[in-house]
Structures are given as structure tokens and as C-alpha cells.
Design a protein around this ligand. Sequence first.
Ligand code: TXA
Ligand code: MG
Length: 318
Amino acid sequence: MTLLSICTTETIKSAASALRSGNLVAFPTETVYGLGADASNQTAIAKLYATKGRPADHPLIVHIASLDGMGQWARDIPDYAITLARDFWPGPMTLVLRRSKLAQDFITGGQDTVGLRVPAHPIALALINEFYNQGGLGIAAPSANRFGAVSPTTAQAVEEELSQYLLSDDLILDGGPCLVGVESTIIDCTGPAPMILRLGAITPLMVEESTGLVALESNPAAIRVSGSLDSHYSPKAKVILDVVAETGDGLIAPDQIPTPNGVVRLAAPSTIEEYARDLYRALRSADQKGLEVVVVLQPGGDGLAAAIRDRLRRSATR
Ligand code: TXA
Ligand code: MG
């Protein structure tokens, strides 16, 4: 595995060609780092699942460069999905649509739908466009962590998480820290109205304002979204929510909360955006420091705060 810290046109070309040859390329997006593989190459996708340690029936998101690519991977696309794509792509939103023949079982986990996203990161977009130039159609990319672990928001976190599983021709592209910090909002667009399957930076209110439709509640039992399994996003340290931190504990809390004596402050965000951006780094740092317990004081409010609480609830579940 090689970590490329300067992404030039040449690096992007070699990364796209590594993908076309069936290798894995971890790359930055605005949400979290993704572990990319050629979405049309079954062998590469099998390698991706093995590297993540992820069960094969969990579907992958196909990353495309613009909404023009939607029609290739999906069919029967409702008007409200086009509206969402126009309003929020490139951006932290994944649309689940009826699949075309291109989206094979090894991408969709055997489901009749496919998840599509246009990421808003210059390196991700350059990579996808160059991948198209080299004959590719889409890059499948789950978050670049082992199954159940915390998503990486820096290239160094990807390296720590996956270096022992990546092979010599696999690459990690360093694009600095991710700006959003929590995974994309996932919206099921197979019914009469949008249904939110995973909360993120594109909020239910934004979806309603864009489409004029009320965003429905998800039914996690009906559709396999691995991030909707109860225990997920977990560091090794035990995450405990909304209690008083004791000596030796880690603490993640809004900046106006003081740090009690003997407590290790891991993050002190001053805004909700900063809370989201810093959360996964802070959870990872608990493990680097060998802490056993991380106390997290959750942010209040809706929108991105609700997405943060959703992830925290799962990282606290064992
Ligand atoms: O922000 C993100 O979405 C990041 C970046 C890299 O794009 N990707 C990401 O991928 O979070 P992953 O695989 O870690 O989480 C994607 C979630 C999974 O829980 C998967 O089950 C769900 O999306 N998903 C993918 N395709 C789906 C489908 N057809 N129906 C329902 N859920 C789907
Ligand atoms: Mg993930």
C-alpha cells in the first residue's frame, strides 16, 4: 500500500488506473474517507469486502461524477429524486434507487436497489472523472474502516485502520481532513415520497423544502443499511453518553463545558459543524491514548445534531 500525499494530475491518473486494474484506492470525500473499487469488477469488490471484513450482503454506494450517471445505474427514477440530485449533488447525500442491470448483486447485496452519490470533494471528483476517461462507470466506496469501526476522516486514520489489510498495489490518497465528518444522508427514493434511511448533513427539513414532500421515517428492518445495525461506529473504548466524566475518562463535549480534573479532553467543539467534523477523530484518539471510557455529552437540536446523536447512540451500543 502507498499513501500519496500530493494529488497531482499524474497521481489521479495512476489511482484511476490502479482501480481499473482491480486494486483498491482509499480517497477523501467531504463526509468521510471511502475505500474505492471498480463497481463493475466483481473480483475487486470481493477484495473490498475482505479488506473491510464486511458481510457480503451489505450493499455498497456507487460514486458517480454527476447526475448524468444516474440513468446508467438506476431506472424508474422518480421526479423528486432528480430534484434532490439537482439541489444537493455534489454533496453529502446518497440516493437509493431501483437498480439497472449494471448494478449487479455483488454491489447491491442482492437487493433490487442501488445507492448512488456524487461526492463534493475535488480529489474524489477528479478521480471519478479520470476513472470514466479510462473506461470505468462508477466507483463503489464504503467508508474506509473495518466493519463496525469508526469511519476515518483523515488519510492517517485510513492507514492506521487498514494498512495491515491493504495489498502492495493499493493506494491511499491524502486530501486532508474531511469537512463534514459524518457519513452522507441516505434517502430511499423507491416509494412515492423520500424516506430517510440514515441521517446526515442533508437534513429532513432540507429534503422537504427541496421536494415539497414530507420525508418519511425509515424502517430499518425492511432494508439492509449496515450503519443502521445497532452496534456500529465503535472505538475500542467504551462510549458512555451524557454522564459526568470521572478521573481517567476521555471527554467529548461542547466547548462551554469545562473539563473536570483528571479527565482527558478529546474534543471541545464550538459549533455543531465542528462537532461533526471532529467527532470521529476524537473517538479514535481515545483508542490511541489507551483510554477505557469516553464520556460524550451529546449536542441538542435537529439537523446535523440529530445525525451526530444517531451515530453516538450506535457507538455506545455493544
Ligand atoms: O458518506 C458516505 O456515504 C461514505 C462516503 C465514502 O461516500 N460512504 C459510506 O459507505 O458511508 P458505507 O458503505 O460505509 O455506508 C453506506 C450505507 C451502508 O450502511 C449500506 O448498507 C447502505 O449505505 N446502502 C448502500 N446501498 C444501499 C441500498 N441499495 N439500499 C439500502 N442501503 C444501502
Ligand atoms: Mg461505513
